[in-house]
Design a protein around this ligand. Structure first.
Ligand SMILES: Nc1ncnc2c1ncn2[C@@H]1O[C@H](COP(=O)(O)OP(=O)(O)O)[C@@H](O)[C@H]1O
Ligand SMILES: [Mg+2]
Length: 431
């Protein structure tokens, strides 16, 4: 660790420097605060120990100058004996700590060590926060299905092909579309999503193709979503719910990569990549005449299927844990423990709402509200297996409710403590 020491009194400075060096740090000594500030800007130290009263730039000025460098360098202020008011002012101005003169050598080193530890902790928290924020937006999971999905998306992203993403609700189709866009050559361009299910038919054309000022009374000229996505990606979200007549109109624009605003009669060029999401199998919809095959083939440069959550095994608990810790942080609470019993419970559920459902359950769980019972009994299990499962869940819930106290959970469940402990051991539940 490098420590800067600043004191206008050369004798004090030398003594202080010796002491800190003996404490195991490398030291740079400055008689003028201005020199220390300049040196810190060039190579920031891990801490600064400075005298308060100095001619010219004093300790408070140094503190202010270091703060503007925004490097998180803790400053420890050496104040005169009994100068409490100054010490308080220094702390308020952002000093990490202060020491009264004459200082005791051991005390000085322990204050310095504390300041360095506090700084290391802040750096670690910042690093973790950055890691987490980078991860949000990532498609989490280590199962073969998710690994294959991530590989396929990485391979497709840089190619400028249109992609259809198919999967049940909440499986991460929009997340995948964003990932494709973010890793594409169009990443700096716009990302425009068009929800085909939410738009009334009458508004669809105006929204998608845009319109001229004369299109209808009171109209202002407005580009549509197709134009808005120029240079970037357009997501046709939930395309399976697009009415057939609109499919035909959309097809024409996509085939020609040109758009005509409503009420205008000239074509504008389009440079867009289309990412389509669908909850249902569009090939089957084509076969049944609910979706235009020609539009399907236009959109299906590549097809990617997103796996349902219930098939992802241990990834269920992994994704759950991720969203529990995010939510706990947001609520400023400690995340409740995810017991083995709970993991087993989560992995046996059906998850019709997939990751979206898992995520909202994780948020309730982070608030201490538990996860509630599964809607359906696990299928294809023997009665003893179901009983064991039920018992494990009840025990987990009781432990959650009573802050993991085996004593109080046993009381609430009306069984002897020993019995509960035995059952917990059998089911791998930690108290
Ligand atoms: N594999 C995953 N890892 C982390 N979060 C996911 C994953 N899959 C989905 N999510 C999250 O679940 C929620 C639903 O995903 P979304 O992409 O909106 O689903 P869909 O569009 O398929 O209905 C979003 O908050 C998304 O971030
Ligand atoms: Mg969606």
């Amino acid at each position: 660790m490098t420590v800067f020491i600043v004191d206008d009194d050369a004798d004090h400075l030398a003594a202080l420097a010796d002491l800190v060096e003996v404490g195991g740090h490398s030291v740079r000594a400055f008689e003028r605060a201005q020199d220390a500030v300049e040196a810190a800007a060039a190579t920031p130290p891990d801490a600064i120990l400075t005298d308060l009263r100095m001619p010219g730039m004093d300790g408070m000025d140094l503190l202010a100058a270091i703060a503007t460098q925004a490097r998180d360098i803790p400053v420890i202020m050496l104040t005169g004996h009994g100068d409490v008011a100054q010490a308080v002012r220094a702390i308020q101005a952002g000093a990490e700590d202060f020491l009264e003169k004459p200082y005791d050598a051991a005390h000085l080193l322990s204050v310095l060590a504390r300041a360095l530890r506090a700084r290391a902790t802040r750096a670690e928290v910042a690093r973790l926060q950055k890691e987490l924020s980078l991860k949000s937006g990532a498609i989490l999971g280590e199962s073969p299905a998710i690994t294959a999905l991530n590989e396929r998306l990485s391979a497709l992203a840089p190619l400028d092909v249109d992609v259809i993403l198919t999967g049940e609700t909440g499986t991460g189709k929009e997340l995948a579309a964003r990932a494709l866009h973010a890793a594409s050559k169009r990443a700096q361009g716009p990302y425009v999503a068009l929800n085909c299910a939410a738009l009334p038919e009458a508004l669809f054309e105006l929204e998608v193709f845009g319109h001229a000022a004369a299109a209808f009374p009171g109209a202002q000229e407005k580009p549509g979503k197709l134009e808005a996505a120029n240079g970037g990606s357009l997501v046709l979200d939930e395309v399976e719910s697009m009415p057939l007549p609109l499919q035909g109109k959309l097809l024409r624009a996509l085939q020609e990569r040109q758009v005509e605003r409503i009420g205008e009669n000239h074509l504008r060029p389009l440079d867009i990549r289309i990412l389509t999401t669908s909850k249902t199998d569009l090939r089957a919809a084509c076969a049944e005449g609910r979706f235009r095959a020609d539009l399907f083939y236009r959109l299906a440069g590549a097809e990617v299927a997103l796996p349902p959550l219930r098939n992802l095994g241990p990834d269920i608990a992994l994704i759950f844990a991720h969203y529990v810790s995010l939510a706990a942080r947001r609520y400023g609470r400690d995340a409740p423990e995810i017991t083995i019993g709970l993991r087993r419970d989560l992995m046996r559920r059906d998850w019709p709402g997939n990751v979206r459902e898992l995520k909202s359950m994780a948020e309730r769980f982070a608030l201490g509200l538990g996860v509630g019972p599964a809607a359906d009994l696990p299928k294809g299990e023997t009665l003893p297996e179901r009983m064991a499962d039920y018992e494990a869940r009840e025990i987990t819930a009781a432990l959650d409710r009573y802050g993991q106290s085996v004593e109080r959970a046993a009381q609430a469940l009306g069984v002897p403590r020993r019995t509960l402990a035995d059952k917990m051991a059998r089911y791998g539940i930690k108290g």
